[in-house]
Design a protein around this ligand. Structure first.
Ligand code: GLA
Length: 381
């Protein structure tokens, strides 16, 4: 990266930042329902090398993504032709909206987080960029502020109505353990994973379709459910507050599609709490049941499956060392996540890759991940 930076900008970088991707172990679409997620960073990162500029311009390029940007901080605009640069432009935009006096920089990105797979490659770019702007502009930002700013980049600039999960995990995740994240209080507690278990990403590598509009639809279908319950129970602010008993008492009053969405979120929230209890001890049967129930709910009630995901799920059937498997990220394609006997990860990966490729003609990407440190500046010698 140092060489490419020097070739592109005719100077050496002066500062480096690293921000990891993430995977959710339980809790699909619970974040924007004020709920819980069991989440962890993955040891796949976005790296950003920069050199400050003394004008108010930003130049940015990537080793993995086509196109570049060269823009003035005086006028932040979208670039529909090079959409990934919107994460960088948007980071500048939200900081300036908050009154920050930003300095510019020349920057180069490199990502080992696969793009568009549901591992939060975009949140990683946002976190690395926000850290870079904070450094060149001498602004102090707490980790939670970074996460919330990153979410605003998506919500206000990019136009994705995501929750806080991705950005929170990228910056507040930590090495060696998962997090039980409470998306209402924006606090988390560490959850250890039994050491003999490995987390394995099974990326379908099939193109994702309709993800944006379907995501918004899911959000819009959860809200009337919570609003309906709130009429008779004014304390209810979100589906997080609805117990299964209360839901079942009112289920028949809801539109069937709204009822399905709500049931999934309410049950999934409970599964997150159960998983946080089960992960440290590593009870195989319990983990398998929780993941299975999450997958069934996601595909049948929340309907965020895709043929490629089903093919991957099938490809894992009977694979050596498999303990549990479910969807990851927003769904509609992308990755599945599996819990596998650590000593059998290689055999598991080979078997799943072969079965999936035979069934679909697509070479998947299967790899074990470890929880790594959250986003931070890095000293590069
Ligand atoms: C995407 C969003 C998150 C979250 C997940 C689903 O990753 O960015 O906020 O809603 O989907 O759990």
């Amino acid at each position: 990266m140092r060489l490419e930076f020097a070739q592109r900008y005719d100077a050496q970088p002066t500062a480096w930042f690293r921000a990891p991707g993430r995977v959710d172990l339980m809790g699909s679409h619970t974040d924007y329902n004020d709920g819980f997620v069991a989440t962890m960073t993955v040891n796949r990162d976005t790296w950003m090398a920069i050199r400050p500029r003394d004008d108010r311009r930003v130049r940015i390029a990537s080793l993995n993504l086509p196109g570049t940007a060269d823009f003035s901080l005086e006028a932040i605009e979208h670039d529909a032709d090079v959409p990934w640069t919107d994460y960088v432009r948007g980071a500048a935009g939200v900081l300036q909206d908050d009154g920050a006096e930003l300095a510019g920089f020349d920057g180069l990105l490199h990502s080992t987080v696969p793009f568009g797979s549901g591992l939060s490659s975009s949140a990683a770019i946002e976190m690395a960029t926000l850290l870079a702007f904070a450094a060149v502009s001498s602004i102090d930002l707490e980790p939670l502020e970074l996460a919330l700013l990153g979410q605003r980049v998506e919500n206000e600039f990019v136009g994705v109505s995501c929750g806080i999960l991705d950005q929170y995990t990228s910056v507040l995740g930590a090495a060696g353990h998962a997090l039980l994240l409470d998306c209402r209080s924006l606090t988390s507690t560490p959850v250890s994973i039994a050491p003999e278990l490995a987390v394995v990403i099974c990326d379908t590598r099939a193109p994702r379709q309709l993800a944006g509009s379907e995501y918004d639809d899911r959000r819009a279908q959860c809200e009337p459910g919570a609003a309906h319950m709130a009429r008779s129970n004014p304390g209810i602010k979100a589906l997080r507050d609805v117990s299964l008993e209360l839901f079942e008492a009112h289920e028949a009053e809801l539109e069937p599609v709204v009822a399905r969405r709500c049931r999934f979120i309410i049950e999934e929230n409970q599964r997150v709490l159960d998983l946080a209890q089960a992960l440290p001890g590593g009870d195989r049967d319990h983990l398998g049941r929780l993941f299975h129930d999450s997958w069934v709910g996601a595909t049948q009630l929340f309907e965020i499956g895709a043929p490629s995901m089903t093919a991957m799920h099938d490809a894992m059937t009977g694979a050596p060392g498999l303990i549990a498997r479910r969807q990851a990220g927003a769904g509609f394609g992308g990755c599945l996540v599996a819990i596998v006997e650590r000593e059998r990860v290689a055999a598991f990966s080979a078997s799943v890759a072969r079965a999936y490729a035979d069934a679909t003609g697509i070479e998947p990407s299967i790899f074990g991940v470890e929880a790594s440190a959250g986003a931070c500046p890095v000293e590069v010698g």
